[in-house]
Design a protein around this ligand. Structure first.
Ligand code: NAD
Length: 292
């Protein structure tokens, strides 16, 4: 860390709990590789400390911060501006400080769309089925809609997120050219029919991750057609049960959420530094950290 000196810019991560995060590894690896005079540190910031945390961005003239739970919505009143990505989701994961003006962004959706694009799949003109409209699913839906997705059918179970999912559908229909609808996940016939109709299927529920690693929201392999693009936002484990079922059904394009995680970081990195994150190096650093 010899590059740290009197001119070093600080970027934070404010969430609670947060010490397990991969983001410090990602960003500091990239700063070092590109010889950028920034440092990225994680701070435990529970909701009651958020106001002071944002004030610190201004006081210390930090270049910005990432934010995660429980602060993604709560931070909005403390910021000066919202980018459209944050406005459509009413959530922020990245703050940029431009000479004292703090702007909130959500880069998760860009992360998803960019990862898919790099894997050879454009969302423009496509039809998508999305299960789960929470912190990950909502920006996936809105960014895909902004980037030209033609139609999205969101499925959500009838839990506390259902009304939020309906709000997301309304926003997409109102503010973009994408046609959106919401169906109760309990309607399994509708899900089966939608999977036969879709080009892209994304599971953004966390089913398949601990403690639900032996579960999949689609159990029947015949529901997967071979040319469907299947994307699970989970990245630990690297292969979920849903992904294994899809692969066994002969689906060629089956992905976990690691690429989305890295690309949402790369989008924030670009906002802070103006530079492209060296993705391969960052991915190698994450894999190495994972083994430790
Ligand atoms: P969240 O709690 O905000 O939302 C979860 C969504 O899934 C809700 O819509 C909820 O109704 C639905 N859901 C939850 N459990 C379910 C179940 N058993 N059956 C059916 N539906 C269920 O969570 P989140 O922040 O959106 O995270 C969801 C998943 O996405 C997690 O696995 C998380 O690790 C992953 N994630 C990945 C990235 C990435 O960059 N790859 C980013 C954020 C989140």
């Amino acid at each position: 860390m010899t590059r740290i000196d009197g001119h070093t810019y600080l970027i934070g991560l404010m969430a609670y709990p947060i010490r397990h995060s991969m983001s410090p590894t990602m960003h500091n690896t990239a700063f070092e590789a590109l010889n950028l005079n920034f440092v990225y540190l994680a701070f435990d910031v529970p909701a009651e400390k958020l106001k002071d945390g944002v004030a610190a961005i201004r006081t210390l003239d930090m270049r910005g911060s990432n934010v995660s739970m429980p602060n993604k919505q709560a931070i909005i009143p403390y910021l000066d501006k919202l980018d459209i990505s944050a406005e459509l989701n009413q959530a922020v994961n990245t703050v940029v400080n431009d000479n004292g003006v703090l702007t909130g962004y959500t880069t998760d959706g860009v992360g998803f769309v960019t990862d898919l694009k790099k894997k050879g799949h454009e969302v423009a003109g496509k039809k998508m089925v999305l299960i789960g409209a929470g912190g990950a699913g909502t920006p996936i839906a809105t960014q895909s809609a902004l980037d030209g997705l033609s139609e999205i059918r969101i499925f959500n179970r009838h839990d506390g997120r259902f009304d939020h999912a309906q709000e997301t559908v309304d926003i997409i229909n109102e503010k973009t050219n994408c046609q959106a609808s919401l169906t109760d996940l309990a309607d399994q016939a509708a899900l089966k029919e939608a999977l036969a109709w879709a080009d892209i299927f994304c599971d953004a529920t966390g089913v398949g991750m601990k403690p639900l690693e032996d579960q999949s929201l689609v159990e029947d392999p015949t529901w997967f057609k071979k040319d469907l693009v299947v994307y699970d936002t989970v990245y630990a484990p690297r292969e979920t049960k849903l992904m294994a079922i899809a692969k066994n059904a002969g689906v060629d394009n089956v992905y976990n959420g690691l690429g989305m995680m890295i690309e949402q970081g790369a989008a924030a990195f670009k906002l802070w530094t103006g530079q492209d994150m060296p993705i391969d190096l960052v991915q190698a650093a994450i894999e190495e950290k994972d083994q430790q």
